[in-house]
Design a binder for this molecule. Structure first.
Ligand SMILES: [Zn+2]
Length: 237
C-alpha cells in the first residue's frame, strides 16, 4: 500500500508514527511525507537564529525521519505560521499527492491548536479530491481514485473524539521514540518550553491512549467523512 502524510510542520508526523511503523513492517507500505510549511519559525526560543538556517535544520531532520521509514520527503516551502490557501499552494499539494499516488492519507484534524494545521487539513481534504480531476493540470497525471483520509489526534482540548485505534507494543514505542528524536531541534524547543523531552511527552500521550483499551500504547484517528475520501477500517493495522 502507498501512504502520504501531509502535515504542516516537520515533527507533526509523530501523531501517526507508530501506525506508519506497523504498516511498513506488516504491509510493506511506501510512505511519502509532505510538509506544507518550511518550519522556519521552529527555533522559537532563539530569535537570533536566521529563519533560513532554521528551515535548513528542519529539512535535514525531516529527511532523516523519512529515510528511517524508507520513505520520501517533499516540502511545499510555505512560510511557517503563515500558510494560506492560494492557487500556487493548492497546485503544489495536488502535484505532491499525485506523485505519491497514495491509497491513504494521514493529515491534521480540521480544528486544532495551530492555524497551519487547520489550513493543511482543509487543503489536504480538498486537494485529495482534486488529484482525480484531470482538467486541473500539474506535472503528474491525475489519479484514478481519490485517496482515503484519516485525521490525526491533536490531543485534548480540540473536540477530537478518536474512533479508530491502532495499538502497539514497547518495541514499536522504542522505535517511535528513536525516530521522533531525529528532530533534534524540536527536542531542544520542548525542553526549553516544558522541561521535558518531546519524545517522552509523546510516549506518555500514547500510553494514555493505549490505557483506554487496556493496551500498552495506541494512536487514534478519525476518518474523513467527505464523499469519496472515506477510509475503510481495513486500511489500518
Ligand atoms: Zn505542527
Amino acid at each position: 500500500m502507498r501512504i502520504a502524510c501531509v502535515f504542516a510542520h516537520q515533527d507533526d508526523e509523530k501523531a501517526c508514527l507508530a501506525t506508519l511503523l506497523r504498516l511498513r513492517a506488516e504491509r510493506g507500505a511506501e510512505i511519502a511525507f509532505i510538509a506544507t510549511t518550511n518550519g522556519d519559525k521552529g527555533m522559537s526560543w532563539d530569535p537570533s537564529i536566521p529563519l533560513a538556517e532554521a528551515a535548513v535544520v528542519r529539512e535535514r531532520e525531516m529527511s532523516a525521519v523519512a529515510a528511517a521509514l524508507g520513505g520520501s520527503y517533499v516540502c511545499l516551502g510555505e512560510p511557517d505560521q503563515f500558510l494560506f490557501d492560494a492557487p500556487r499552494v493548492r497546485l503544489a499539494l495536488i502535484e505532491a499527492l499525485r506523485a505519491a499516488a497514495p491509497d491513504l492519507i494521514f493529515t491534521h484534524n480540521p480544528a486544532e491548536y495551530s492555524v497551519d494545521h487547520d489550513a493543511t487539513a482543509r487543503l489536504t481534504t480538498h486537494a485529495a479530491l482534486m488529484t482525480t480531476i484531470a482538467s486541473v493540470e500539474t506535472n503528474s497525471p491525475a489519479l484514478a481514485r481519490v485517496p482515503a483520509i484519516f485525521h490525526c489526534d491533536p490531543g485534548p482540548g480540540h473536540g477530537f473524539d478518536g474512533t479508530h485505534f491502532v495499538t502497539f507494543d514497547e518495541a514499536v514505542a522504542d522505535k517511535k521514540a528513536r525516530i521522533v528524536r531525529l528532530h533534534d531541534s524540536q527536542m531542544a524547543v520542548m525542553r526549553e518550553l516544558r522541561g521535558v523531552d518531546y519524545a517522552d511527552l509523546q510516549r506518555d500521550a500514547d500510553r494514555q491512549t493505549g490505557a483506554r483499551l487496556v493496551q500498552p500504547y495506541a494512536e487514534v484517528f478519525r476518518p474523513c467523512l467527505m464523499e469519496r475520501r472515506i477510509p475503510t477500517a481495513s486500511l489500518l493495522p
